[in-house]
Write a protein that binds this ligand. Sequence first.
Ligand code: PRP
Length: 174
Amino acid sequence: MPEFDLRFSKEQIASRIEVLAAQIDRDYAGKNLILLVVLKGSLHFASDLARKMKLDPPIDFIQLASYHDDTKSSGIVQLKKDHDMTIEDRDVLIVEDIVDTGLTLEYLRELLEARRPASVSCVSLLAKPDAHQREVALEYVGFDIKNEFVVGYGLDHAEKYRSLPFIAVLRNPV
Ligand code: PRP
């Protein structure tokens, strides 16, 4: 049986998301916002964040991958699925579950900036400042965490544990 060391409970996550949603609502009032959800890890975060927001922006998806069933980043970012809606002249808010090395966010920002949006910002539920290899702008962060591998609430280990309601360190990865 997997054993977990809890980092953020369901309740802690929910209350932090309420604060982020209110902040984003305020900052993007009157703007041409689009939420760009980075699959797959952000699925629960994006869903909860969007439903706490009052602005009701359009939502699109992009899929990138860098981890490949390991607990470490491969360092190579792959575009697996591009977004469908045009982002030209729109205020894009990237929705991420975690910014670890920062390579994915760096890649994504470059890709999107070339498509002439009005602005690009990012909200990430988690950030690992000690693991960042790049100084990428990250406008909204739910929680900073230590450089340890966490699962749950969208975050996986070999595609498992994404639907845990909490975020935890896996004690005995198998
Ligand atoms: C994770 C996470 C971020 C990225 C962060 O995605 O969702 O997109 O890694 O890592 P980085 O800052 O080191 O680039 P992953 O590649 O595991 O895909 P998944 O979301 O589909 O699990």
